[in-house]
Each structure stands twice: as structure tokens, then as C-alpha cells.
Design a protein around this ligand. Structure first.
Ligand code: NAD
Length: 387
């Protein structure tokens, strides 16, 4: 049995950097069963990808993902290219016998996501999707409290994911605003995360109904972009925004709980505000990404007169993943969620265990997002399993 895993990564910008950082850190803070070789990073622009390879610590680079996928010395293909490339790269990687890690959303639509799942299953390779917020210690603790019955029967899941990075009408037409590249706007980009967390924490969806809006219909054509920032030339030609700026929907879960969901990139002052609150018969929990080390917990069983939300700082050794990092109270951040997800992915490969979340979770998430789209089009409730 091999004791190393050779990684090939497609993409070197926002997620490419987050994943590179995770591959570098995982062996330093955890004890994965396989040693990682960061073999090659891939992007189309040779100068930039070469610079990223050196800076992030990759052995080499490729300028074509097709070449990367064909290499015999690569065991894992990690996909952080924009969403329109996920299907093509994942299918080629599976057919070449590589294990696959793919960023969310899995594909541009449900049909493509299902096709990807079929192919990886047939190829019998490991497949994981990048729902990294599952791996925040506070979210793992929320799951533990729910599984232990501390919240009781769940009545409500209330979530929002609020950003404001495109509120300026002069912000250019980046790929995230193009349906052919991104699949959808805030719905698929932000909504994918809180829908996945809803499935993780509450259960499967029964039916949904939503509404959406594109507030700014045209924007200047982009000149250059990095991460979530971008520039356009003065007087640049305008192009059409083809995705939603905001989507809001309601849901009924199969276990009888009710859900409300709001995703927008037009909430001035909110930078990366993903929040959920769960109310059950025995108590409530709430979490916000912007205060990632904390979980708020209310128990109806607390002594009368002393009831109230407790603020748990999820950095104690007994908390999920916390003992791998720093002493209690020495908080962790956004990038650590990626280290945790990569650790679990490596262990699934090493021990031949199921990955979690897998492409199957990616498909289920796409099914819910698409059911919301259909409900918006038809202005009616849609049963998720009808798709
Ligand atoms: N898990 C999360 O929280 C999270 C956050 C942001 C983005 N994402 C997802 O990650 C993916 C990438 O988003 P991003 O923000 O990193 O985008 P980005 O624009 O910052 O980076 C995209 C990268 O893909 C590369 N690329 C584009 N076309 C390519 C091609 N044909 N061949 C090789 N490389 C190519 C680009 O060079 C760039 O390095 C998207 O699917 C997005 O939805 C996930």
C-alpha cells in the first residue's frame, strides 16, 4: 500500500489558494494516514500559475487541465476552477482513475451533477465536495448537540447568507454574474452552503417555494479580477447580468420542520454573514461564520430565572478538531475549515471509507436549488423529489 498521495490542483486564485494552504498545513497539525505530495497546480496563464506554484509550494505546474488529469504521477484531482468546468474536469479525472475533490456547487445544473455522480460511482474513485462550513468546529458541535437530542424535535431552521461585494452598480461583470459560467448567482454560490448545512443538521427537504431578483441588470465588462474584487476600464462596454442578485425561499422538511432562507449580495454592511438558527422542543442553537469560534446555545431545561443563550467558545480540546490547533481560547479562522475537510478526504482515501460530504450531497443540494428555481418560474410550491 502506498504511503503518499500525489495531488494535482486546478485553479490558483481564491479557492486555489485556500486548498493549497490546506494541503500544506494538514500534515503539520493533523496526523493524516498518507503523506501528501503537492505535485502540480494548473491554470491557463503560464506566468501567473508558475508564480503561484512557487509561492504556494507546488513541485510544478501545468497550463492545461487535460494534461494534468492524464499524468500517471497524480492520484487526486482537486477542482477549484469556475463551476462551468467542474463536470468536464471531474469526468475526465474519474475516467483516468483519480480521486476527486470538487468545489461547490457541484455543477451548473442538476442534470450535470447527476451525470458526474454516475461517472465517479462507475469509476469507483473517492469523491468529495467543498462544503467547508460543515467543518467549522462550532458547526460540528451543533451537529453533536442535535444528535444527542439536546435541541429536541426541530421546529425551525432559519438561515441567511448576506454579502455586499457587488452593491456598486459599477462593479464589473465577473464570471460569478454569468449564468453560463456560474450556473446561478447568490442562490447557487451562497445558497449552496446553507442548504447543505440544513441537510446536515436538520434533514431532507420536502417542498420549497421562492422568489428572486436581479437588481442591477447590466454591468461594465470586467478587465481584471482577483478573489472577490475586480476592475473595469473607464467607459467599458456594458454586458447583461444573467443570474439572480438575491434569492429568498421557504421550505418544509420531511421531519415537519419549517425553513426560511435568504441569500443576497446586496446587504450593505454584511461581508460574509452566513447565519443559521435552529429552534427545537428542548432548546435553540445559532451560529454565524463571522464569529466562527462561537456557538450560542439555549436550553429550556436550565433553571428558571437563569435561562438565556449561552455563548460557547468552541476552542476546548474536547471540541471537534480543536485539539489539533492551539491552546483553549486561541481562535482559528476561515482557512482552517479547508484543512479539516482535506484531512477527512485523505482519511477516506487511506482507510477506504465513504467521503462526507460526497458528490451525492452535491447532487441533493443541486436538486433543492433547482426546485427553488422551478418554484420561482411557476410561482408555486415544488416537491423536491419530483425533480
Ligand atoms: N467553498 C467555498 O466557500 C467557496 C468560496 C468561493 C468559491 N467557491 C467555488 O470555487 C470555485 C472557484 O471559485 P474561486 O472564487 O476560487 O474563483 P477564482 O476566479 O478566484 O479562481 C478560479 C481559478 O480557476 C482557474 N481557471 C479558470 N478556467 C480554467 C481552465 N480552463 N483551466 C484551468 N484553470 C482555470 C483560474 O485561473 C483561477 O485560478 C467555484 O466553483 C466557486 O463556486 C467555493
Amino acid at each position: 500500500m502506498k504511503d503518499t498521495l500525489n495531488i494535482g490542483l486546478v485553479g490558483y486564485k481564491f479557492m486555489g489558494k485556500a486548498h493549497s494552504n490546506a494541503f500544506r498545513k494538514v500534515g503539520m497539525f493533523f496526523e493524516p494516514s498518507l503523506r501528501l505530495n503537492m505535485k502540480a497546480i494548473c491554470g491557463r496563464d503560464e506566468e501567473w500559475v508558475k508564480e503561484s506554484a512557487e509561492k504556494f509550494g507546488w513541485e510544478g505546474y501545468e497550463t492545461s487541465w487535460e494534461n494534468l488529469v492524464k499524468r500517471d504521477d497524480i492520484d487526486v484531482i482537486d477542482i477549484t476552477a469556475p463551476s462551468n468546468f467542474h463536470k468536464e474536469i471531474a469526468i475526465a479525472a474519474a475516467e483516468a482513475g483519480k480521486h476527486i475533490f470538487c468545489e461547490k456547487p457541484l455543477a451548473l445544473n442538476l442534470k450535470d451533477a447527476r451525470e458526474m455522480l454516475e461517472v465517479v460511482k462507475k469509476a469507483n474513485v473517492k469523491h468529495q465536495i467543498g462544503f467547508n462550513y460543515r467543518f467549522a468546529p462550532a458547526v460540528q458541535l451543533a451537529k453533536k448537540l442535535i444528535d444527542e437530542g439536546k435541541i429536541g424535535k426541530i421546529y425551525h431552521y432559519r438561515a441567511h447568507y448576506l454579502q455586499d461585494f457587488i452593491i456598486d452598480p459599477c462593479f464589473p461583470l465577473v464570471w460569478r454574474l454569468d449564468k453560463d459560467v456560474a450556473g446561478s448567482g447568490s442562490h447557487g454560490d451562497l445558497g449552496a452552503h446553507f442548504v447543505d448545512l440544513a441537510r446536515f443538521l436538520v434533514g431532507e427537504f420536502d417542498e420549497v417555494i421562492g422568489m428572486s431578483e436581479t437588481f442591477i441588470k447590466e454591468r461594465p465588462i470586467v478587465e481584471r479580477m482577483t478573489g472577490l474584487t475586480a476592475t473595469a476600464q473607464e467607459g467599458a462596454e456594458m454586458g447583461k447580468v444573467t443570474v439572480d442578485d438575491a434569492t429568498i425561499f421557504m421550505a418544509r422538511f420531511k421531519n415537519g420542520a419549517l425553513g426560511s432562507f435568504e441569500a443576497t449580495r446586496f446587504a450593505a454592511g454584511h461581508k460574509n454573514d452566513m447565519f443559521f438558527e435552529i429552534n427545537g422542543s428542548k432548546g435553540s442553537i445559532r451560529f454565524s461564520v463571522e464569529r466562527m469560534n462561537e456557538l450560542e446555545y439555549y436550553s429550556v431545561e436550565d433553571e428558571e430565572g437563569l435561562q438565556g443563550f449561552r455563548l460557547l467558545q468552541v476552542t476546548e480540546d474536547i471540541h471537534p478538531y480543536a485539539d489539533a490547533w492551539w491552546p483553549v481560547g486561541h481562535v482559528i479562522g476561515y482557512e482552517h475549515t479547508f484543512v479539516h475537510e482535506m484531512y477527512e478526504f485523505i482519511e477516506a482515501i487511506a482507510k477506504d471509507k465513504p467521503t462526507n460530504p460526497s458528490f451525492n450531497d452535491g447532487v441533493k443540494c443541486s436538486q433543492i436549488l433547482e426546485a427553488v428555481d422551478v418554484s420561482i418560474e411557476n410561482r408555486q410550491w415544488i416537491e423536491v423529489d419530483s425533480l
